[in-house]
Design a protein around this ligand. Structure first.
Ligand SMILES: [Zn+2]
Length: 488
């Protein structure tokens, strides 16, 4: 039965048993030797072919949530076999660590199986003792953290465990049981995954917020620098990551001034938003540098932490500040594709892929503590002055946390899901009514939306102008790939 899932049977020579490959390693393994496996039955896992492992590893390292594979049965070469005869189509879901046969819908668990951890990882058992994760699990955890994932799913037995890097917590997705997780940087990882030295640092990183911990540094991949992509043939322009977990520095974002009691007029003055006395509970009182000439934008810090954290605007006069919006953590990727958009036939197109991993809502989201599901969205823009300006503006909106939010879906009616916060284009054709191209006024409307969302009108105009100049001189792709906030 070629093409069915049973063609990938467990008699393949790649089958391994868990624990047989626990080689000691403290060295990063190159992408071409990283192993990925799919679950057969019981404790048996089979290796993906090396070429597929490279594709999966490339997507995992690029923080791409899903990819599609054509997998030929053993003995068939993909190069001389028409896909319709020999191969089955699979969707790989790197959020859930599952592969799905797109014809039958049959799902299998997958895992990364390389002993290349750069840190020691442990979980706390019911007696309070730290238990090391198995070496391959450590390798997957380290690789996921490096690539900028906010967590990853580990399969063990019949259970799936979601390890959250920011909460340093493991969640059994079937039972809901949560356990603390520790990550020890710089420890030598032995074959069993046990750190050889059990330093205080291992314990110090549990029970604190991720960012107060001295041993949980942010992974390198959280920066905005483009990373190499090995998936598909499209030319990558940039990868932009957004982390909703980093604390917001409101003082820096607003340039507020802390007032002395004599400056706010003593105990009788009230915070106009919270209706508490200014300085209530000994907290700081600050004045925002809004354009309001009366200088009345004076608040308790706690008022601004709530309102500015959610809207980015002064709660009294509505002045906008470059404060991060309520977008969940995610990744935005831009790449060039040859197929043009309708009405822009002279140019290729730019595809934007947005990926949001499963997560838990935070204080800036509507229902703190409630989980939300992973989402991936694909949008497309013409590779010309209009589309280039849109892509650069959308990148800034994504970086500021304004492009998506958690809310109610207008199409499905579900609540607590990742939804659009800015109108985007999901089709190359179909026109305005189908969220596609052509659309002669899209850029104008997008600029208006971004100004309403709190991006300064001068910034919006400057970026649009940069895109037009670059398109005229033939440097548009280089301009889009450069930092959108670089000096004008
Ligand atoms: Zn104000």
């Amino acid at each position: 039965m070629w093409g069915s899932d049973s063609a990938l049977n467990c008699a393949a020579t790649h089958v391994s048993r868990r624990g047989h490959h626990g080689g000691s390693s403290h060295v990063l393994v190159s992408a071409s030797t990283v192993r990925w496996q799919w679950h057969c039955h019981g404790h048996e896992w089979a290796d993906f072919a090396p070429g597929h492992a490279v594709s999966i590893e490339g997507a995992f390292n690029a923080h791409v949530a899903t990819l599609h594979l054509n997998i030929s049965p053993p003995g068939w070469s993909a190069s001389n076999t028409p896909l319709t005869q020999g191969a089955a189509q699979y969707t790989i879901d790197l959020n859930q660590m599952l592969q799905m046969n797109t014809t039958s819908g049959f799902q299998r668990r997958i895992r990364r199986a390389s002993a290349d951890a750069t840190e020691a990882w442990s979980w706390k058992d019911d007696r309070g003792a730290w238990q090391p994760y198995e070496v391959h699990a450590c390798g997957q955890l380290s690789a996921a953290l490096r690539a900028g994932w906010s967590g990853t799913v580990l399969h063990a037995g019949k259970s799936a465990y979601h390890v959250d890097f920011h909460r340093l917590e493991q969640l059994n997705t079937q039972t809901g049981k949560r356990r603390p997780v520790a990550r020890q940087v710089g420890a030598h990882v032995s074959a069993a995954g046990l750190p050889q030295t059990h330093s205080n640092a291992l314990h110090a990183c549990v029970g604190h917020g991720a960012h107060s911990s001295p041993v949980l540094g942010l992974p390198v991949a959280f920066g905005a620098a483009p990373v190499g992509l090995s998936v598909g043939s499209a030319a990558s322009l940039f990868v932009e990551r957004f982390c909703a977990e980093e604390p917001i520095d409101l003082a820096r974002a607003t340039g507020w001034r802390v007032l002395l009691p004599s400056e706010w007029g003593g105990d009788e003055r009230v915070d106009a938003i919270s209706l508490e006395a200014l300085g209530e509970g000994g907290q700081l009182v600050v004045r925002l540098p809004c354009s309001d000439p009366s200088g009345s934008c004076i608040f308790n810090v706690s008022t601004l932490e709530q309102s500015l954290g959610r809207s980015g605007k002064c709660p009294a006069c509505g002045h906008a500040y470059p404060v991060r919006g309520p977008q969940p953590s995610g990744c935005m990727r831009a790449s060039v594709h040859p197929r043009p958009c309708a009405g822009h036939e002279a140019s290729s197109s730019i595809e934007l892929t947005y990926a949001f991993a499963t997560g838990v809502q935070r204080s800036q989201h509507p229902s703190e503590g409630r989980p939300y599901a992973a989402v991936e969205r694909r949008c497309v823009y013409p590779n010309d002055a209009v589309g280039g300006a849109a892509v650069m503006l959308l990148r800034l909106a994504f970086r500021r946390g304004l492009a998506f939010r958690i809310g109610d879906s207008a199409t499905t009616g579900k609540s607590g899901v990742v939804v659009w916060a800015i109108h985007q284009k999901s089709r190359r054709d179909g026109g305005t009514t189908r969220h596609g191209w052509p659309d002669g006024t899209y850029l104008t409307r997008l600029k208006h939306e971004l100004v309403l969302a709190g991006i300064a009108v001068e910034t919006v105009e400057a970026i649009t102008e940069r895109a037009h100049r670059a398109a005229t001189s033939g440097n548009l792709e280089r301009e889009i790939a450069s930092d959108v906030e670089m000096a004008q």
